[in-house]
Design a protein around this ligand. Structure first.
Ligand code: F3S
Ligand code: F3S
Length: 105
């Protein structure tokens, strides 16, 4: 799977959503999350993110490896809805992100 990491937090550009052919990029309160089971590894989202927040899971920089779990944990409540557009904005985040200090960038 691909994952979204720290540069997305409090930025949420959303360009990635338009690119995903399977609509598996879901909107949380402070960042977006890729569904690890629904992502088909097409990679279309990765180059369009203006802050380079998206990585193939195995290529995630070490300092952001916690985001692999954070993307998966986001779906503890949601399960596998099979499409982000019908879910819309959830307004909540993975515990790891909810605890992340509000950025000054
Ligand atoms: Fe976030 Fe980049 Fe998508 S900032 S919402 S991962 S385009
Ligand atoms: Fe979609 Fe990106 Fe996966 S475009 S299928 S989330 S690699």
């Amino acid at each position: 799977t691909y994952i979204i990491a720290e540069p997305c937090v409090d930025v949420m550009d959303r360009a990635c959503i338009e690119e995903c052919p399977v609509d598996c990029i879901y909107e949380g309160g402070r960042m977006l999350y890729i569904h690890p089971d629904e992502c088909v590894d097409c990679g279309a989202c990765e180059p369009v993110c203006p802050v380079e927040a998206i990585f193939y899971e195995d290529d995630t920089p070490d300092e952001w490896c916690d985001y692999i779990g954070a993307n998966a944990d986001f779906f503890d409540k949601l399960g596998s809805p099979g499409g982000a557009s019908k879910v819309g904005k959830t307004g909540y985040d993975s515990p790891f992100i909810a605890a992340f200090p509000v950025s000054t960038k």
